[in-house]
Design a protein around this ligand. Structure first.
Ligand code: IVH
Length: 675
């Protein structure tokens, strides 16, 4: 970006963040998630760090949070109430430690870690053990006297509890800091009450807690359930030497502290703590968006001092966000196996929920228009866990006029045949031999919920298509190990495994096979219904429209799609090719009753009574799977004479049952009599 563009971007970021803050804190409305706003703030800080000359006083990064409210007496904090610098990943945590280690003369630093609660900070001043004053954070230097209000919070002791170990804390001045929070269940209850009374809904627990504390009428405060959870105790470092001890004292003095908080010997231990709380936090009674990590030794903490408005010795680690902002660099069209043309956004790579997101489906042109998404737009992207990423909205305020409106191409980007649109939203490529469609059909055919052929994922399908070893789904069944092994992606072992897996799929369950064909509108449930009705593939091929009509739940659209599929000459040829390549889906009853269905075997060493091929045939006959090497899905390792040690080891490691030839024979005999 050239400097005028950077300046422009900074200006726009400042404005959008400021708007967000105004709506959130003043109007009690949310323009976007906090995570998305954080991501914008992060972008702004990074730009400002790289171009310090562009930092202005009105930048949100320079702002000290909080303002003094009229109506409350102002109180100057004896010790400034600081904020924390946010970090977003382990690298930033480690960099923080490295910087600190340059400033203090130490090899190892131990830490104390706590959950970062989402509420409002409050300071309590106890004189000789008695609560004297409650002060809000204000601008960090001066806060509001909220004593009357916080006295209605039951978890704030009006007198510190006597404790022999910490009796000195009941003498002179002890300042306790913590977070005032509203628990989620109380927040929901409050909103239910509001609804019944026809009153406005509160937007979130934190704002509600903050709004409550700012009430001039403490009666209203007493009617709302709030909690105080302590995290800081201010006394001299000679008296309380570590943060860990602070927490012990806080709890003995009668405060709630987080049970999960703990001392860490080093930052290595932080990893598992993060992992534990990333999901567990969702089960807590209150909201939390991260962890607070502090250097445990209070002397070092003090020595390290303050930069800006944050102590050097503590940071806030923000949990993996499920939302972030990025830029749509381009939009391309992807052709699916049924020919549907789906616009996909190419994004500036962004890490969300632990994975780098570079693409997101935009579903169809209507959706793009509805959300007014343009190429070049800054957008909010959401991704939770394994769910596919979604472009939530575009941030129109950040547009610079260079954004382009996306147009659906007239022709298929792959086979160049025209894209057509009937009365539905989708555009489609109707050329069934379009290379994109062929590729997607094969990937679908081999996928987990279809024939589940291990080793036949997207990249291998591309390699097999490129080398012309296959042209369609049926071709995979005549692949030879020697041909596959010659391809760059494969070695002898992986070629062996793939061909084994393919051979093991030659007698698929009928429903899976029907689903695998990729007939438009036929999902796994419909495939199951069809298989139950027709029992064999031949019956289905010869079925009349009326027969299909008898299946409950199959509507006209699905029915037409099935009939059309079986009528197409290319599909007829495909079905013949499956037969030629010895692919015979099992008859329905037959596949249901097969005694070794979903059971897989690996053999190591030489068997006395039969060779491997024979054993494999017998296993397959009973519906079982014969594998050439051990995987997580293996059920039995059969050991013959001179078994291979690596297979034995792997079987032990994966806790796979190890049996000898006699036991295999017994299984085959017993199961055959069952079958
Ligand atoms: S320790 C230098 N511990 O987060 C401030 N703060 O961004 C040290 N907060 O103002 C604060 N949970 O209101 C600390 N377990 C916790 C916290 C916590 C929430 C808030 C606190 C503070 C803000 C810093």
């Amino acid at each position: 970006m050239d400097s005028s563009k950077i300046k422009d971007r900074i200006e726009k970021l400042k404005k959008i963040i400021d708007d967000y803050r105004y709506h959130y804190h003043v109007l009690n409305e949310s323009l976007m998630s906090e995570e998305a706003a954080d991501s914008l703030k992060h972008e702004l800080s990074e730009l400002e760090a790289a171009h310090p000359d562009l930092i202005t006083e009105d930048s949100p990064t320079q702002r000290v949070a909080g303002q003094i409210l009229e109506g409350f007496k102002s109180i100057r904090h004896q010790t400034r109430m600081l904020s924390l610098r946010d970090v977003f990943n382990l690298k930033e945590v480690n960099d923080w430690e490295s910087r600190n280690l340059k400033l203090v003369d130490l090899k190892n630093i131990s830490y104390f870690v706590d959950l970062k609660m989402d509420g409002l900070a409050c300071s309590l001043i106890y004189q000789d053990g008695y609560l004297e004053t409650g002060v809000s954070r204000g601008d960090g230097f001066v806060g509001e006297d909220i004593t009357a209000n916080i006295k209605t919070i039951m978890s704030i002791p009006l007198k510190l509890r006597e404790t022999p170990k910490y009796s000195f804390l009941l003498k002179a001045r002890t300042e306790i800091r913590g977070e005032i929070v509203m628990y989620l269940k109380d927040f929901e209850e409050l909103n239910k009450k509001q609804q019944k009374l026809g009153l406005k809904q509160f937007s979130n627990p934190r704002n509600t807690a903050a709004g409550t504390i700012r009430q001039l009428n403490s009666k209203i405060v007493s009617e709302r359930k709030l909690y105080f959870r302590a995290y800081d105790l201010i006394r001299s470092i000679e008296e309380i030497k570590t943060v860990e001890e602070e927490y012990l004292a806080l709890s003995e003095l009668g405060f709630i502290t987080n049970k999960g908080s703990k001392k860490l010997k080093n930052l290595k231990e932080l990893e598992s703590f993060i992992e534990e709380w990333q999901d567990k936090r969702k089960t807590l009674e209150f909201n939390t968006d991260g962890l607070v990590i502090k250097i445990n030794d209070r002397r070092i903490y003090q020595e390290l001092g303050v930069v800006g408005k944050a102590p050097r010795a503590a940071i806030a680690y923000k949990f993996v966000a499920e939302e972030s902002t990025t830029i749509i660099k381009d939009i391309f069209v992807s052709i699916g196996r049924t020919g549907v043309a789906t616009p996909v956004a190419i994004l500036k790579p962004v890490v969300i929920a632990g994975t780098t997101v570079q693409m997101a489906t935009l579903h169809n042109l209507d959706e793009i228009r509805r959300k007014d998404l343009r190429i070049g737009d800054s957008v909010i992207v959401h991704k939770a866990g394994d769910i596919i990423p979604e472009v939530v909205k575009s941030l129109k305020e950040l547009r610079n006029g260079q954004e382009k409106i996306f147009q659906m191409p007239k022709a298929c980007p792959d086979c160049k045949k025209p894209l057509t649109q009937n009365d539905e939203v989708a555009y489609r490529c109707t050329n069934s031999s379009c290379p994109s469609r062929t590729y997607k059909r094969i990937v679908h055919f081999a996928s987990k919920s279809a024939l589940d052929i291990e080793g036949l994922g997207e990249k291998n399908v591309i390699a097999l298509l490129d080398s012309k070893l296959i042209n369609d789904q049926a071709d995979i069944f005549k692949l030879k190990e020697s041909e596959v092994a010659k391809l760059e992606r494969f070695g002898q072992l992986s070629a062996n495994n793939l061909v084994d897996a393919i051979n093991n799929s030659k007698k698929p369950d009928l429903a899976r096979f029907i689903y695998a064909l990729g007939i438009r509108h036929v999902g796994s449930k419909t495939a199951e219904d069809i298989a139950n009705k027709f029992k064999t593939l031949d019956n289905l091929v010869n079925a009349k429209e009326d027969d299909l009509n008898e299946i409950e739940g199959i509507g006209q659209v699905v029915l037409e799609s099935i009939v059309e599929w079986f009528n197409e000459s290319e599909n007829k040829r495909l079905l013949q090719k499956f037969k030629d390549n010895e692919v015979f889906p099992l008859e329905r009853e037959q596949s249901r009753n097969l005694p070794l269905l979903n059971t897989s075997f690996v053999i190591t060493g030489t068997l006395d009574n039969m060779d491997r091929e024979e054993a494999a045939t017998q296993i397959r006959k009973l519906g079982g799977t014969f594998q050439s090497s051990i995987t997580k899905t293996t059920n039995y390792l059969v050991t013959g004479e001179n078994p291979g040690s690596s297979k034995l080891l792997k079987a032990r490691e994966l806790e796979i049952k190890i049996i000898d030839e006699k036991m295999l024979m017994n299984i085959l005999k017993n199961k055959a009599s069952l079958g």
